[in-house]
Design a protein around this ligand. Structure first.
Ligand code: ADP
Ligand code: MN
Ligand code: MN
Ligand code: MN
Ligand code: MN
Length: 359
């Protein structure tokens, strides 16, 4: 009998044989977009080998009726290229192309949150907004059970898993490291990774990124994660509360600073920003992901969804001011409210407009 693992490794060898073949002056461009459910979708096309900028790439289209992004009788959705990354799956000179979705009548598609976000980032570029997002996620097996959890039961209570090392504490580190490397290859500013509090839950951080670059890089890092996990035959869940009960949920902690906050006297600008954010709490929560009410209970290192709170080094608040920022008197703050499934364009936009005003 041949084991699944043996079949996989022989297939990988075969794939590698083809990946090495000469492309004869053509490249494969994988166009990636965000769909109606907040997942990524992609399709490929051949282009002549050249050093491309987004504006040099052809606008393309897809059947929006198959993704619930357009009605059947007017189904073309246009893909407008906006950023290019080296493709870690096919290798150089192939590329990944991040694209915005546009309707045939020239309006942005309903699920194109990048367009409005970009306007805000351009309007307030002088503040030099930096973001750092902490993407938490859970790896699921084919029964939608977190990996390593016993069938029909629960693992030992939380404690050994966070930053855990060793069998029985962490699972699927090969996926985590493959994703890390693939992100570096693609030029994503991935800043680190760690095992999370719930078994089979992991985190990576992307940032600091400037302005619109944050949403762009996070979406491509999610695409890379889904694609790497596909290679391993594992599912990724971005649900904010994958397991009910005494298990931590999954968030997208959003670290933020402006030029003014990052220099001496910056704490005053941080406090001003938090005062501006407070009356926008409900509006922010609407932008911070689906099913976040299951996660923001005020327990398991979260603040309550009903209340805006902040504190130094306090992980039970909406906003945490890092100890180091408080000690130095300048730095950044962490908005702990966004859920793991939040759209980073919506999160970074509402932070900016709450603090600086709508554009
Ligand atoms: P935590 O202690 O909450 O787990 P992490 O180390 O996981 O924090 O993530 C911190 C994130 O904050 C990183 O993505 C990092 O790049 C980002 N970051 C650091 N400094 C700044 C800053 N001045 N402005 C915005 N983001 C920052
Ligand atoms: Mn077709
Ligand atoms: Mn973290
Ligand atoms: Mn975390
Ligand atoms: Mn955090």
């Amino acid at each position: 009998m041949t084991s699944t693992r043996e079949i996989f490794s022989s297939r990988t060898e075969t794939l590698n044989k083809y990946l090495k073949l000469d492309q004869k002056g053509s490249i494969m461009a994988e166009y990636v977009w965000v769909d109606a459910n907040g997942d990524t979708r992609s399709k490929s096309r051949t282009l002549p080998e050249k050093d491309y900028k987004p504006e040099d790439l052809p606008v393309w289209n897809f059947d929006g009726s198959s993704t619930e992004q357009a009605p059947g009788d007017n189904s073309d959705v246009y893909l407008r290229p906006c950023a290019i990354y080296p493709d870690p799956f096919r290798g150089s000179p192939n590329i990944i192309v991040l694209a915005e979705c546009w309707n045939a009548d020239g309006t942005p598609n309903k699920f194109n949150f990048r367009h409005e976000c970009n306007k805000v980032m351009e309007a307030y570029a002088d503040h030099e907004p930096w973001f750092g997002l902490e993407q938490e996620y859970t790896l699921l097996d084919h029964d939608d059970k977190p990996f390593g959890w016993p069938t029909g039961g629960y693992p030992a209570p939380q404690g050994p898993y966070y930053c855990g090392v060793g069998s029985g504490k962490v699972v699927m580190r090969d996926i985590v490291d493959s994703h890390y490397k693939a992100c570096l290859y693609a030029g994503i500013h991935i800043s680190g990774t760690n095992a999370e509090v719930m078994m089979s839950q992991w985190e990576y951080q992307v940032g600091p990124c400037v302005g619109i670059g944050m949403g762009d890089e996070l979406w491509i890092s999610r695409f890379i994660l889904a694609r790497v996990a596909e290679d391993f035959g594992i599912k990724v869940s971005f649900h904010p509360k994958p397991m009910r009960g005494e298990w931590n949920g999954a968030g997208l902690h959003s670290n933020f600073s402006t030029k003014e906050m990052r220099v001496e006297g910056g704490m005053k600008h941080i406090e001003d920003a938090l005062k501006k954010l407070e009356p926008h709490h409900v509006e922010c929560i609407k932008e911070y992901g689906e099913d976040n009410d299951q996660r923001l209970t005020g327990r398991h290192e979260t603040g309550s969804i009903d209340q805006f709170t902040y504190g130094v080094a306090n992980r039970g608040c909406s906003i945490r001011i890092p100890r180091e920022t408080a000690a130095k008197g300048y730095g950044y703050f962490e908005d702990r409210r966004p859920a793991s499934n939040a759209d980073p364009y919506r999160v970074t936009k509402i932070l900016m407009t709450s603090i600086f005003g709508k554009v």
